[in-house]
Design a protein around this ligand. Structure first.
Ligand code: ADP
Length: 299
């Protein structure tokens, strides 16, 4: 029993501050050495997960510290002397912009934290894509117009219904449209489109913006990564949008893919499963199996 006693003595020493320690593996090549290997592999997985959480918390605090410091400085400078109404209005509008940025950041942080702990629920059901496109077009037309960008939401004459989650699917499209707006200079164009492909309905957001360099490409889906050029063109991002977008796409059993030419533009796309339109529910006799699948698939 001596090796077992040694194993438990060493295991008792391991805690959150020394997760790099490993248990001794006896050279006996028996059940005890197997057990030590297995426990060491488990420790490796726990240490990696712990490191991810530590890095996430560090990055999150850093991202929040910057806008809070900015808010404080603006308020302190504003309070140095009395100002007239116009000046106060300008200051308040800056503070408001920062507050909006912080709200978005906190929402993305929360979603990612919830995704990590499986608390963010994604329930796939039949979604009328034409309706969703109309809503997004309504929300984005004005914003794109104000940014000097030509915007089209094109679904053709077809009526598409897809399997999607009513809250995260629009969020994914919004992340892509928001990026297209941020990284497309005035005079450019952005389009949101849907077309039928073998595997289902392909949704794409295409822009004629700054594009993504070869160096940045492998990292754009990493949490907190921001392209160098992107950070200059628009300082409001936090590098969480695409990480969240990729997670949402995976939960829709698809992948978020990108094609881009630096200086010419980018296209982000993903494929959703086609299903029976919600309006055909009552006529479900025509496709009972399809409707059953479409009703509620929890991923
Ligand atoms: P953020 O936009 O807040 O920086 P994201 O996670 O949404 O964070 O995007 C990560 C990076 O991917 C961006 O900083 C940028 O370098 C690049 N990127 C994303 N979308 C586009 C786009 N449409 N055009 C050019 N670059 C993009």
């Amino acid at each position: 029993m001596q090796p077992v006693a040694l194993l438990s003595q060493e295991a008792r020493r391991i805690n959150h501050s020394n997760l790099d320690l490993r248990l001794p593996v006896p050279a006996t090549q028996d059940e005890i050495s197997d057990l030590s290997w297995t426990l060491n592999e488990m420790l490796e997985r726990i240490a990696n997960a712990f490191e991810t959480v530590r890095a996430f918390t560090g990055n999150a605090s850093h991202e929040l510290r910057t806008p809070i410091a900015l808010l404080r400085t603006e308020i302190e400078v504003a309070l140095i002397r009395p100002r007239n109404g116009d000046e106060y209005r300008i200051i308040l509008s800056h503070l408001h912009q920062e507050a909006v940025r912080m709200t978005n950041l906190v929402e993305n942080l929360l979603s990612i934290a919830r995704a990590d702990t499986d608390l963010e629920r994604v329930i796939l059901q039949a979604i009328d894509l034409n309706d969703l496109f109309q809503r997004l077009a309504r929300d984005w037309r004005e914003t794109m117009h104000l940014a000097g960008i030509d915007f089209k939401a094109d679904i053709g004459n077809e009526h598409f219904a897809v399997l999607g989650d009513p809250s995260t699917l629009p969020r994914l499209m919004t992340i892509l449209l928001e990026n297209a707006r941020k990284y497309t200079p005035p005079g450019g164009s952005v389009s949101l489109s849907a077309k039928c492909v073998d595997a289902g309905i392909q949704i794409a957001v295409q822009d004629t913006g700054i594009g993504i360099s070869e160096n940045d490409m492998p990292r754009i889906f990493d949490r907190f990564f921001r392209g160098e050029r992107a950070a200059i063109v628009d300082s409001s991002g936090s590098g969480l949008g695409l990480a969240l977008g990729k997670w949402i796409a995976h939960r829709h059993t698809t992948d978020l893919v990108v094609g881009s030419s630096p200086g010419q533009g980018s296209t982000f796309s993903f494929i959703l499963l086609r299903t029976v339109p919600p309006s055909l529910k009552e006529r479900s006799l025509f496709a009972p199996n399809l409707l059953e699948d479409a009703e509620s698939i929890r991923v």
